[in-house]
Write a protein that binds this ligand. Structure first.
Ligand code: NIG
Ligand code: FE
Length: 414
């Protein structure tokens, strides 16, 4: 039995009880903390915590003690939206953007998702695994302790399966929870440019049964956007996914108000993601039900599109999560610390709201909040310890810099 006893914690942050699975907008302001604290991790889980003036009586004598020296302890970041399996970076598009081309211009010129798909189709499973493993290792070093990863750069049956098998291997080999979303509906491949129906049928009749057969995906995703997948396409795809038990987590309203949020809510999506374009009807549609609005501020920052209306969503009592969207086109960064800073600076979320969005609500957006996302007895001991900080707000305030000193995964310093 292994035990880790972390002492002299300046503030133990995010003490939501085990039964709190998600926070709606108005609750997101509440982030319980304990000052001058200790936390005990046993057998990979958080087993107890308390104040330094009341140390545990039954501390296992095998426990390894780590002195946090006034650093804060947070539950690891839960990054609920990424595309980290890809074959090549796209910095040539970065330069096109500097020269004034928009995300849509680049996609129309054969760049974008189709550029990544061409390269991924040529890459081996091993190459894809090795590069994704480096990205995931970097993300873990930056405090991420649970992640969702999407397919969607395959766009053929073989290559979509190849991507999902890479994600499964990441699940098997990494110590953090990993969820997989099936996103063949990311772009129409060139050979289906004039035969959208043919591609939808390929996804529904050929890809989905194979993926379900191998148990390769947890969620069904689609890019519901003008020039990509229509509301009707998305509706059919989500219905087809549901037949195989795949709940939706979808891309909606990135470039325009697309109807994607409403179709997601109709299918009780776990989350609708992006929402850079929002109107009153979008907010209204999310008020009932438990669909989470997942906002991706580093995507807005990187491709220079509007930032989502986080305040409107939170004030309407809608649950909001934040995630990186790490991918080679719209967000070549997997840094949740930056996302939390941007959530404060650009989405005008208060530090407590941003931290909740990146922990407990991120966990909820992967249906993992029984396991991770807060400091609660019985939860997985995936944590990070910061340098000493003057206050909680110092973390997002010191944007672009990491305050993280130590990573704990499954109750062990890693
Ligand atoms: O979430 N919007 C669609 N998918 C990705 C970008 C994909 C790409 O450009 O490669 C996103 O931003
Ligand atoms: Fe995305």
């Amino acid at each position: 039995m292994s035990a880790l006893f972390i002492t002299n914690i300046g503030s133990l942050v995010g003490l939501h009880p085990q039964e709190t699975l998600m926070l709606r907008g108005n609750q997101m302001q509440g982030l319980p903390t304990l000052e001058n604290a200790w936390v005990l991790c046993e057998d990979g889980k958080i087993s107890d915590f308390g104040k330094m003036d009341q140390l545990p009586v039954d501390l296992p004598n095998t426990a390894f003690t780590h002195d946090a020296k006034g650093g804060f302890v947070f539950p690891s970041w839960c990054d609920s939206h990424t595309h980290i399996v890809f074959a090549a970076s796209r910095e040539e598009e970065f330069v096109m953007k500097i020269d004034g081309k928009s995300y849509e211009d680049i996609a129309a010129a054969g760049g974008g998702i189709l550029n990544s798909a061409r390269k991924l189709q040529l890459a081996s499973e091993e190459q894809l695994y090795n590069s994704a493993a480096i990205r995931l290792t970097d993300m873990i070093k930056q405090g991420t302790g649970a992640v969702e990863i999407k397919s969607g750069y395959g766009l053929t049956t073989d290559s979509e399966l190849k991507m999902l098998r890479v994600i499964r291997k990441l699940k098997d080999n990494f110590q953090i929870p990993v969820k997989a979303s099936f996103l063949a509906a990311h772009a129409y491949p060139p050979e289906y440019k004039n035969n959208h129906e043919g591609y939808i049928k390929l996804i529904i009749d050929e890809m989905l049964p194979k993926i379900a057969d191998e148990g390769l995906a947890d969620y069904m995703d689609a890019f519901c956007e003008q020039g990509f997948f229509s509301v009707d396409d998305t509706d059919r795809l989500l219905q087809a996914g549901a037949k195989y038990g795949l709940k939706p987590k979808i891309h909606a309203n990135q470039l325009s108000v697309s109807g994607g949020v409403q179709v997601g809510v109709k299918h009780q999506a776990i989350s609708v993601d992006h929402l850079e374009a929002t109107d009153d009807a979008v907010i209204e549609s999310l008020k009932s039900g438990d669909t989470i609005a997942t906002l991706l501020p580093s995507c807005s920052f990187y491709i220079n599109i509007p930032f989502a209306n986080a305040r409107g969503l939170i004030n309407a009592n809608i649950p909001v999560a934040v995630a990186t969207d790490y991918n080679p086109g719209s967000t070549p960064s997997g840094n949740m610390n930056l996302v939390v800073s941007l959530a404060c600076i650009k989405l005008r979320m208060r530090p407590e709201e941003a931290i909740n969005a990146a922990t407990i609500n991120g966990a909820a957006a992967m249906e993992l909040s029984r396991e991770v996302g807060s400091i609660a007895k019985g939860k997985k001991a995936n944590l990070f310890i910061t340098r000493p900080m003057s206050s909680l707000a110092f973390l997002p305030y010191s944007f672009g810099q990491s305050q993280i000193d130590t990573i704990v995964l499954n109750g062990k310093i890693s």
